[in-house]
Write a protein that binds this ligand. Structure first.
Ligand SMILES: [Zn+2]
Length: 74
């Protein structure tokens, strides 16, 4: 099975893979697993799975300190 982290989302009433974000609206966990297994469990490339949102923010905040603003000569 490719999607090992399926969780039931009570709000949307569908199965949700924590790893790749795919969802299945099938009620049975087994059926949802079969449906999702048609796809590879790949994290969308737009997201950084190894970085928690907090770490990403810290990195963005830190960045300006290392950058020296160009001084205007005029
Ligand atoms: Zn998955």
């Amino acid at each position: 099975m490719k999607h090992a982290k399926l969780i039931w989302n009570l709000n949307t009433r569908e199965w949700f893979c924590k790893t790749c974000g795919r969802t299945s609206d099938l009620v049975s966990a087994d059926d949802a697993q079969v449906q999702l297994d048609q796809y590879e469990c790949q994290v969308p490339y737009v997201e950084a799975p190894e970085l928690a949102p907090g770490e990403e923010t810290v990195r963005l905040i830190k960045k300006p300190f290392g950058m020296v603003p160009k001084k205007k000569t005029e």
